[in-house]
Design a protein around this ligand. Structure first.
Ligand code: GTP
Ligand code: MG
Length: 326
């Protein structure tokens, strides 16, 4: 049995390919830590990816995202579909371990060899959560998981970088989660592909359904009309219907030839998002550690130097970007 120190690039890639749980766990921990070995392993695995169907779930805290994933996993496992679950917590610097039980209500599935579940934060490495999610998805994909669920908390644009790689995006709401309805209305939130209004027993469920319906009705441009499903995750009510809608979206993308285009766009978007996150972190590190750059900022604060001159000098120093690149 390979101990934690014994994995090499080759054994880890081979272990992931064969779906070995310890290899998967190790590879994702390396991703989470931004370990160089993770980049090598994903580089080796990348040609084997592109088969898994990625479903992203987002929505406000506590609406029942994890509970819905658990119910969906139960549903698809009945058809022998293999599953990976990555729950990303943007508020946590690292979440694997202690928080796992709290955030992921998937205890029923821990013993199922056809399901791999992982909660993930980011230990402050350069590419942030977008990078960690993308790499984890690729690893689960290479391990042969048929479906990968990506969960993240969010109500605005910030979660897009985490689930922006998903083939189908499911927005989970519950009666009373008015903020995200407002975000949807204001167009802050990207229109999801499928919407679940969970905790359907709540008296305000119908009101919310009508409200969401009327917001979606405003958008006449879209060929795909996001279906709305009322669910009760803990009892599994309407979960088969929800899965049907997810599958219908997938079929729609495939039949209309949009799946490839969407994946191409998503991959480009993720690469850009990770590159931006890294550039930003690099800049922040450079500025905070450099007395000369700090003096520049102080000069701006004292109104001895104008802001745009400071910007230009900082970019020149950190990225060697000259005037012509503006
Ligand atoms: N009554 C009722 N309770 C539910 C339902 N779905 C989930 N819950 C409960 O709501 C609470 C939050 O559920 P989670 O599945 O952890 O919600 P979440 O959206 O994943 O939460 P975060 O990951 O923390 O944002 C738990 O106590 C669940 O048991 C539902 O359909 N009806
Ligand atoms: Mg959760």
């Amino acid at each position: 049995m390979a101990g934690r120190r014994d994995w090499t690039r080759e054994t880890l890639a081979a272990g992931v390919r064969s779906g070995d749980r310890r290899a998967l766990a190790r590879a994702i921990t390396l991703v989470e830590n931004g370990d160089p070995l993770a980049y090598d392993v994903v580089r080796d695995l990348y040609p084997d990816t592109g088969r898994a169907y990625a479903v992203g779930l987002t929505g406000p805290p506590g609406v029942g995202k994890s509970s819905l994933i658990s119910a969906l996993v139960r549903h698809v496992r009945a058809e022998e579909t293999t599953v990976g679950v990555v729950s990303v917590d943007p508020s946590s610097p690292f979440s694997h371990g202690a928080l796992l039980g709290d955030r992921i209500r998937l205890v029923d599935h821990f013993l199922d060899p056809g399901v791999f579940i992982r909660s993930m934060g980011t230990r402050g490495h350069l590419g942030g959560l977008a990078e960690a999610t993308l790499q984890a998805l690729l690893i689960l994909d290479a391990a042969g998981k048929d479906v990968v669920f990506l969960e993240t908390v969010g109500t605005g644009q910030s979660e897009v970088e985490v689930i922006g790689i998903a083939d189908t995006v499911l927005l989970v709401l519950m009666p009373g989660s008015g903020d995200s309805v407002q975000a949807l209305k204001a167009g802050i939130m990207e229109i999801p592909d499928v919407i679940a209004i969970n905790k359907m027993d709540h008296p305000a469920a119908k009101t919310m359904l009508n409200e969401v319906r009327s917001i979606l009705g405003l958008d006449h441009e879209r060929e795909w009309r996001p279906p709305i499903v009322l669910t009760e995750a803990t009892r599994g009510e309407n979960v088969p219907e929800l899965w049907e809608k997810i599958a219908a979206h997938r079929a729609y993308l495939q039949d209309s030839g949009q799946l490839e285009a969407r994946r191409a766009r998503n991959l480009a978007g993720e690469v850009f998002s990770v590159a931006s996150a890294r550039a930003k972190q690099h800049l922040e590190h450079a500025v905070s550690g450099d007395p000369e750059l700090e003096r520049l900022l102080e000069a701006v604060q004292r109104r001895e130097l104008d802001p745009m001159t400071a910007v230009r000098e900082i970019l020149e120093k950190v990225f060697h970007i000259g005037d012509d690149a503006r």
